[in-house]
Every structure is written in C-alpha cells, then in structure tokens.
Design a protein around this ligand. Structure first.
Ligand SMILES: *Cc1c(COP(=O)(O)O)cnc(C)c1O
Length: 430
C-alpha cells in the first residue's frame, strides 16, 4: 500500500493533552518580573481565556470545536505515505512512512494550531492578532487562519527571512496580512535594538518581543504563538492521532519516530499520541535539530525567557540563552533558542532522544527524497529526513526490518533559493 487515507468523518474529535501523562509535574511558567508562578489572569492581556485554560488543562482529551474541524476538513485528514521508492534507493529492509503535513494551504503543519487559535480569539471578540515568523511558515499559517475567521493579522517577520524569502511575504499579504521586517521601528524593543545595531538580522526572540509589545498596547489585539506553548502542541496532536489510526489500518507499529524540532510543535504533534504505548514497547523517538542551533543537545536545562527582551514568562526548558542569535541557516523555523517545556522534560528523562545534524547533510537528504518520492521538502523537514535515512541505513547494516515513522512538516516550494544555494555549492556549514 502506497498511502493510507482517512475519510473526513474519521478525523479525530479530540486533541490529546500530554500534561497528565508526564513523568513529573511540569515546572510552572514564572512571571518575568516577580518570578512567581504565572496566574491565568497574568496572560489575559495577550491570550483568550479558552487558550489560557488549555495551557494549564489537566484533562487528557480536549474536544476540537466543530467550527475548527470544519476548517481542518479543507485539507485534513492528511495522507500517511509509504516512502517505498526511498526505501528501494537506500536498499534498506526498513519500512518508512511519513505523515504529509505539506498538504495544508500554507504548506505545513502550522495551520493545525493557527486555525484553532484564530477561532478562540474571534469567539472572545478579539479583532486583530499579532505574531512573529521566522521562515514565514507560521506567519502565512496565521494570515490564512485569521482571514477565515474575519480577524486582522500583523506579522513581525525575522529580517533575514524577509529578504531571503519574499514569496512568503507575498503569500501572507495575499491572505490579507500586514508584514513588518523585524527588528522594526514600530515598537520600543525594535527601536532599541536598531539603535545598537542597525544591521541586526533579527531572530525569532526579537520578533516575539515586538509582537507581544504590539498586542499588550492594544486592547482589541491579542498575540499568537506558533510553537513551544502547551496549547500549541495540544492542537498539533491531531497529526499523531491520525497517523495512529492510519497505521492501525495497515497493521503496522512504529519502531522509530522522527521529527525536526524548532520549538517542538510538529514533532510533539506526531509523537505525543504514541508516547504512552512507546514507553512500554521500547519505541525510539528522535528529535532532530540543526547543529547551528543545538538547543536540546547543547543547551542548559533551566528557566529562561521565550523572547530576547525578557517580556515573556520564564519557561523551564533546554535553552541556548534568550540572547542567542543563531547563524542565518535556511531552516529559519529551527532558529529558536529554546524548546517546548514538555518536550524538554521528556528529553531530560531519556524518553525522547535528541540529535543535531548539519545544514549540508540535511540538503543531501532532502534532494535524495525529492528525487525518489517527488516531493520537495522544506529545509526544516530535511533535518528529519536526514535522520530517517541514517536510521534506515543502520537497519540495513544490521538486517533489521524497522518501521520508521516521520513527520513531513512542510513542503519546500517557497524555499527554492535554499535548494539553488545547495545545488550550486553556495551552502556553508557553520
Ligand atoms: C515552523 C516549522 C518547523 C519548526 O517548528 P516546530 O514548532 O518545531 O514544529 C518545522 N517544519 C516546518 C515546515 C515549519 O514550518
């Protein structure tokens, strides 16, 4: 079987919340000024109540609103595809499956949470959302989602990506969003950074600071985050829940689950629904990050801010420091100094493995994928594919019939400059 498709009425009705199933209670987020545990009211200037509740929810299952499922049905359930041609090219006995999240209109997994967040904000009377974007994937997902619920959207886009990836800006503007290169002179944070360094290439941390400042200063405006927070990872679990059903249809169980990690949302979305079973069956779950931004493999596990300016609550996570500015690699979505607190805890407990891979090796993997399976992956996704290929080759050496499942987080049709750089030898490893 080449691919497994579910019908619309087989789409999951609930998201899976990992909080009650963690090996120890999650250390609470701390207030940036008082350093006391954050109270739900503290988050009200930037988030709707429904999402604040989800952030702290202890229920294992949370119902997906009908209105959200209706929008999901534009592209969900997404296919689970067997990468048989890649297996053949590798001459591996492993069976490789990928969940194709590139099927959404913006081309990645990100609308799974963007749609939910736009819905809850609209329901609570908010008129505009602000956010940051790295490669432009999250910004385009939120512009797409806000338009469907009649909200305005302001996107602070990391400056290096704004210039490297003009087509994502066009996509955001086509969906009616406003896009501002960050650091910008729109906010106090941005103005301060530009004074010190007019050529600052920007980072997700800086753009987050700008988007939050904008939201806090306007009553009709909330802020929206594309990764890291519990409620974002919650919304992404629809990926793994579908994948689980699809594997059941063909009577398969994964031995190895792989995903790339920027803040952790697509990875958690795929693997969290498998974790309870995986811990029993010895399934290996591998989180892949760039060597240029090695949060899980080289970071320190401690409380740190989510943004550069220190406006966000402190989260207990692996971090490279909130003032860390990673080199401008093409996988813009993986240039974040921290990671989701639940994911960090699972790594700390050894339930999830972490691995870092270098940029050029990821493009070698991505091009091999494109030349066998046809789909051109996003540079972020190439990180997962690198490790999938490495694991498939190990299985070949050992003659093991491993079942490898990975998340194809997005397609790379708006990242062709990166492929051009790779194909013509202009890519560098830092
Ligand atoms: C944003 C993005 C990522 C990284 O974000 P996570 O929150 O870690 O999932 C990975 N792949 C693609 C295609 C992205 O757009």
């Amino acid at each position: 079987m080449r691919k497994v498709l579910l019908s619309e009425d087989e789409m999951p009705t609930h998201w899976y919340n990992i909080l009650p199933d963690l090996p120890e209670p999650l250390p609470p987020p701390l207030h940036p000024v008082t350093k006391e545990p954050v109270k739900p009211e503290d988050l009200k200037p930037i988030f709707p109540m429904a999402l604040i509740k989800q952030e702290f929810a202890e229920d294992r299952w949370i119902k997906i609103p009908e209105e959200v499922r209706e929008v999901y049905a534009l592209w969900r359930p997404t296919p689970l595809i067997r990468a048989e041609r890649l297996e053949k090219a590798l001459k591996t006995p492993a069976r490789i499956y990928f969940k194709y999240e590139g099927a959404s209109p913006p081309g990645s997994h990100k609308p799974n949470t963007a749609v939910a967040q736009a819905y809850y904000n609209a329901k609570e009377g908010i008129e505009r959302l602000t956010t940051e974007t790295g490669a432009g994937q999250w910004g385009s997902a939120l512009c797409f989602a806000t338009k469907l619920f009649d909200l305005k959207c302001t996107v602070y886009m990391v400056k290096v990506s704004y210039h490297q990836k003009p087509y994502r800006r066009v996509l955001m503007e086509t969906w009616g969003g406003e896009v501002i290169p960050s650091p910008s002179d729109r906010t106090e944070v941005g103005r301060k950074i530009l004074e010190q360094d007019p050529n600052n290439p920007g980072s997700l941390g800086i753009a987050i600071s700008e988007a939050i400042e904008d939201a806090v200063k306007h009553d009709d405006t909330n802020y929206s985050l594309g990764s890291v927070l519990n409620h974002v990872l919650l919304h992404q679990t629809i990926i793994g829940l579908e994948a689980k059903k699809q594997l059941e249809v063909i009577d398969e169980k994964p031995d190895i689950i792989v995903g790339c990690v920027g803040g952790g949302s697509n990875f958690a979305g795929l693997c969290y629904p498998f974790i309870r079973d995986a811990r029993k069956d010895g399934v290996r779950i591998i989180a892949v990050e760039p060597t240029a931004c090695p949060t899980l493999t080289k970071g320190e596990y401690k409380y740190d801010y989510g943004d550069t300016a220190g406006l966000t609550p402190l989260l207990k996570m692996f971090t490279l420091g909130h003032d860390f500015i990673p080199p401008p690699i093409h996988a813009g979505g993986l240039r974040y100094h921290g990671d989701a607190p639940t994911l960090c805890m699972l790594v700390k407990h050894g339930i999830i493995e972490a691995r870092a891979v270098s940029q050029i090796s990821t493009f070698e993997a991505g091009v091999m994928f494109a030349r066998t399976e046809g789909i051109v992956p996003a540079p972020e996704t190439n990180h997962a594919i690198r490790v999938v290929i490495d694991e498939a080759l190990k299985a070949k050496e050992r003659g093991e019939e491993k079942v490898i499942l990975f998340n194809f987080s997005g397609h790379g049709l708006l990242d062709l400059q990166a492929y051009d750089d790779f194909l013509y030898g202009r890519l560098k490893d830092t």
